[in-house]
Design a protein around this ligand. Structure first.
Ligand SMILES: Cc1ncc(COP(=O)(O)O)c(C=O)c1O
Ligand SMILES: Nc1c(O)cccc1C(=O)C[C@H](N)C(=O)O
Length: 406
């Protein structure tokens, strides 16, 4: 049974335990347990220093010269770093820029346009709202049909569910690698093979898996992936998203927001749009260089420790959370909505109870910070590099204390 002693023991043997001290606020007594790193990761102390220095040393001193010296290429050089460290992507296939929502729009549009004559987009009913809304908007724009896979707050998409909706008319399948609610971890290589066998392209939303679940996008034959950088990549609020496009596919995709930064010769400022070769064609306007600074430190840290160590810690954290909740009286009727098989879950655990909305609000007042997802889910986001088992135990104890009072 999970206990404080067990949490202390797990921390004592955790090879990543010293990394927690690298984060701002890890010593703040007002934050008893930060369990929302899957919405907004904590800042690294190195990022605080980098951002403080950026204004005088980069922006202030280099001024417009900064674009030639580094910033113009940063979306692609940083993309390559994210690709190598977290995505299993060879260079030249990842670009950073825009928000997740905007990148998803650009790539969903490009993908359905690359399959002319096919009229359906497949997506699941419990995919993240932005993904669903975009698919509906693009279906309306392009006169396409949305084929829904029924999923719920406890699930994710499996191979038989995908097979049941695929057909000759499927242009694109849009799925999440880790379901934002349940934490279900989809079998990317298997589902990608199934979609390809039907002649469809697949776009993976990797927001909740990047830097928490190891990926091999090249090896898995993934077409396109989009992910955000403010969760487990700790880029800060609104840090830009990234897109991966398989090399062989790049020249065949035309994205709809044709801005000058994606042009083959942006500084010619000539007539007509001619897309740049390679990943630059997926950029639109001036990317947020300021927004790219903090995540550079997290990519370096993940590179130093390696994704297998990150995943191993994530597994002990999620298992500990599930064991602790399993130890609560059955009469409390708290359900674990996250898969119990470690290989089928990402790095958050969701528990369900009708009182969790009010309980989460009270926990925030007490410095215990999970998040609440309607109708009754409490998500415990476990950032492998910044969450300790004792912190998690303290958070769970606070939840238990609230449940006892009901
Ligand atoms: C799975 C998933 N997709 C997309 C988004 C939307 O990203 P953004 O708000 O950065 O556009 C998020 C988070 O907000 C997410 O969790
Ligand atoms: N992106 C967010 C935001 O701008 C404000 C508050 C929360 C978020 C989130 O990240 C939500 C998150 N993607 C989720 O999985 O629910």
């Amino acid at each position: 049974m999970a206990s404080l002693a067990q949490a202390e023991e797990l921390d004592a043997h955790d090879p990543l335990r010293s990394k927690r001290d690298l984060f701002v606020g890890s010593d703040d007594p007002g934050i008893v347990a930060y369990l929302d790193g899957n919405s907004l990761g904590r800042p690294l102390r190195a990022s605080a220093a980098r951002l403080a220095e950026f204004v005088p040393a980069a922006w202030g001193a280099r001024l417009i010269r900064g674009w030639d010296e580094e910033w113009f290429d940063l979306p692609l050089t940083l993309g390559d770093r994210i690709g190598a460290v977290t995505l299993g992507a060879a260079p030249g296939q990842v670009a950073v820029g825009d928000s997740t929502t905007v990148l998803l729009y650009k790539l969903i549009r490009a993908a359905v346009d690359a399959r002319p004559g096919r009229r359906e987009i497949v997506v699941d009913t419990d995919n993240f709202p932005t993904d669903r809304y975009l698919v509906e908007a693009i279906a309306a724009e392009r006169n396409l049909v949305v084929r829904w896979i029924e999923s719920d707050t406890r699930g994710g998409v499996t191979a038989p569910e995908l097979e049941a909706v695929l057909g000759d008319d499927t242009a694109l399948v849009l799925l999440s690698h880790v379901a934002y609610r349940s934490g279900f971890l989809a079998d990317v290589p298997a589902l990608t093979r199934i979609a390809h066998a039907a002649g469809a392209l697949v776009l993976w939303d990797v927001c909740h898996s990047v830097a928490s679940v190891p990926m091999d996008l090249d090896g898995w034959g993934v077409d396109i992936a989009v992910g955000c950088t403010y969760k487990y990549l700790n880029g800060g609020p609104g840090s830009p998203a990234f897109v991966y496009v398989r090399r062989e596919l790049q020249e065949s995709l035309v994205q709809p927001i044709q801005g000058w930064m994606g042009h083959a010769a942006p500084f010619d400022m000539g007539p007509g749009y001619s897309p740049a070769p390679g990943m630059r064609r997926f950029l639109s306007g001036t990317p947020s260089i300021v927004g790219m600074q903090a995540l550079r430190d997290m990519v370096d840290l993940v590179d130093e420790v390696g994704m297998p160590a990150v995943r191993a810690k994530s597994e002990t954290l999620t298992r500990f959370a599930i064991d602790a909740v399993d130890g609560w009286p059955a009469s409390w009727a708290v359900d674990v909505a996250t898969p119990r098989q470690a290989e089928r879950r990402g790095s958050h655990v969701t528990i369900e109870h009708p009182a969790f909305k009010q309980i989460t609000a009270e926990l925030w007042r007490r410095g215990v910070i999970p998040d609440f997802r309607a109708p009754q889910g409490m998500r415990l986001g476990l950032s492998p590099l910044s969450t300790s088992h004792v912190e998690l135990w303290n958070g769970l104890e606070a939840v238990r204390e609230q449940l006892v009072r009901l």
